[in-house]
Write a protein of this length. Structure first.
Length: 294
């Protein structure tokens, strides 16, 4: 009798151990458990930790609640301005309702992937090439809105959408390169013209100042000589301006002749004496006809 009780107790303990091993489940911190009992969804969502289900009757589905990073394959399309491009993107999303993610859609990851590809092709056809290259923030927001609307019904929330790369044909790259070079050349010419205009104004002001003070030109010339001499050149070509000669001439006149004593008047020229012309020779004597000459 005692042996039968011991055997029964051991059998019961073994059955309980088997039941616990079969019914015990562990839900991780970043997961939530959805229980289907005989095919029907139980309203209670199993939290992280140790949980029990009824073997054979219940079926536990674990749903990852982490943010999922899903790359969108590159999609080819034609922009609104008829340029063929190839665009790829990345989608960040997470599950906010585990029950809807299990019941409302068969595979929420595959559904989000297909919806992302379709929305990316649609946004390519609605945008210009300049928007794809320079206004990506607006396009990212548009993609996020297009994906978030159907994803809410699947228990999924789109966290962020980013366009990674835009591939252009080689001919379009060369055309854009030439356009950029032409734009840079235009800016360089405008900047150079502005610099020339400003320099001409400053030179005109400097010339006006030097015209009022002629000595400033000599000082500027000496500064130029000092600057050139600092280069340790063996030959120095120094221009000699005419204004400096005039300045030296005026200085010499002011230094030699006092301003209160005028220059002495020149003596009057001597009177010219009349010179008589030499006497002309007498005319030859006429001989009678028939007389031989001398």
């Amino acid at each position: 009798m005692v042996e039968d009780l011991v055997v029964a107790a051991v059998a019961a303990a073994s059955a309980a151990a088997v039941y616990v091993a079969t019914a015990a489940r562990v839900v991780k911190q970043y997961e939530r458990g959805v229980v289907l009992r005989l095919g029907r969804l139980l309203p209670e969502i199993r939290p992280p930790g140790f949980t029990m289900i009824v073997p054979v009757v219940d079926r536990l589905r674990k749903v990852n609640m982490q943010i999922v990073t899903m790359p969108v394959p590159a999609q080819e399309g034609i922009t609104r301005d008829n340029v063929t491009v190839r665009v790829d993107a990345v989608v960040y999303f997470k599950v906010v309702d585990p029950a809807e993610a299990v019941i409302a859609v068969e595979d929420y990851r595959f559904a989000v992937s297909q919806m992302s590809q379709t929305s990316l092709r649609s946004i390519i056809g609605k945008s210009d090439l300049d928007d794809l290259l320079s206004n990506r923030e607006k396009l990212n927001q548009g993609l996020e809105l297009m994906l978030d609307s159907p994803a809410i019904g699947w228990g999924v929330q789109i966290d962020r959408v980013e366009i990674k790369d835009v591939s252009l044909p080689e001919t379009m790259k060369r055309s854009m390169s030439r356009q950029a070079e032409a734009e840079r050349e235009r800016r360089a010419r405008v900047i150079n013209a502005d610099a020339e205009l400003l320099a001409s104004k400053k030179l005109a002001e400097a010339a006006a100042t030097m015209a009022d003070q002629p000595s400033a030109l000599q000082l500027r010339l000496l500064q130029t000589v000092v600057a050139v001499a600092a280069e340790k050149n063996s030959t120095l070509v120094l221009p000699f301006p005419v204004e400096l000669l005039r300045f030296l001439e005026r200085s010499a006149q002011q230094g030699l002749v006092p301003p209160d004593k005028p220059l002495a008047a020149k003596p009057p020229p001597a009177p010219e004496t009349a010179v008589e012309p030499p006497p002309s020779p007498p005319p030859p004597e006429e001989l009678p006809p028939g007389t031989p000459g001398p």
